[in-house]
Design a protein around this ligand. Structure first.
Ligand code: SF4
Ligand code: SF4
Length: 234
């Protein structure tokens, strides 16, 4: 037996189909104008926002407090190569290499790289006791067209390890970073990265060409001629 279906679930009076149709259109149009009225009201007010980075009075980097944790930089003239920052970093962003110059016998920093693509800006490396070489700058625009470009190479040529007593005063924060990574803070183009890749490949090519020649074994000495009698016997 088929159960009886109730004819109406609500006691509210029902509009005719045509009235309901035009009522829906009216509600839609009214809600659109209600939303747009808020937008339109702001068109004639003084804007509370500014266009970044083109229309600002001074760079934001200069307005940030010194304690701001931006991109790292190291003043190698003050680095005593204690390697504590490298050991402190929990995710191995810092790579330092110290070698003894075979001619002068002086210890030199031959590599000081910081991978800002991995860095989580925790600041642990800058809190190493007695380190006045490594710090966070106020630079935050660390954008690059390729992750490889986020590895900062601070050593251009070997730098003698500093002595704490004779270390020079620290340079202005941010000035070293501006030399190492001039693309930061501006919109770096892909061509900049491609240019760097080309330069590195060109520098690597002579070394790669020389390597097989150095590793090639000495040509084998010619076998001594057999004695005349042996050849006859054979
Ligand atoms: S930057 Fe500071 S902590 Fe790191 S190796 Fe140099 S002196 Fe040591
Ligand atoms: S800020 Fe933190 S994650 Fe970045 S290099 Fe220093 S210790 Fe490593």
């Amino acid at each position: 037996m088929v159960p009886a279906v109730p004819l109406a679930v609500s006691a509210a009076p029902r509009r005719s189909g045509l009235r309901e149709y035009f009522a829906n259109i009216w509600r839609t149009v009214a809600s659109i104008f209600e939303g747009l009225s808020v937008t339109m009201s702001w068109m004639f007010r003084r804007p509370a926002t500014i266009q970044y980075p083109d229309k600002i009075a001074e760079p934001v980097q200069e307005m940030l407090p010194e304690s701001y944790r931006g991109v790292l930089e190291v003043d190698l003239q003050r680095c005593i190569a204690c390697l504590l920052c490298q050991r402190t970093c929990p995710i191995d962003c810092i790579q330092i290499k110290v070698e003894k110059n075979p001619e002068t016998g002086v210890r030199e920093i031959t590599r000081f790289d910081i991978d800002m693509g991995r860095c989580m800006y925790c600041g642990l490396c800058t809190e190493v006791e007695d380190c006045n070489a490594l710090l966070h700058t106020t630079q935050f625009e660390a954008t690059m067209p390729h992750p490889d470009l986020l590895v900062l190479h601070f050593v251009k040529e070997p730098v003698p390890v500093a002595k704490r007593a004779t270390a020079p005063p620290r340079r202005a924060p941010g000035s070293i970073l501006a030399e190492v990574m001039p693309g930061f803070g501006r919109r770096a183009s892909m061509s900049r990265w491609q240019g760097r890749v080309r330069r590195e490949a060109a520098a690597e090519a002579p070394r790669a060409a020389a390597a097989p020649a150095e590793a090639a074994p000495e040509p084998a000495a010619p076998a001594p001629p057999k004695p005349e009698e042996d050849r006859k016997d054979g």
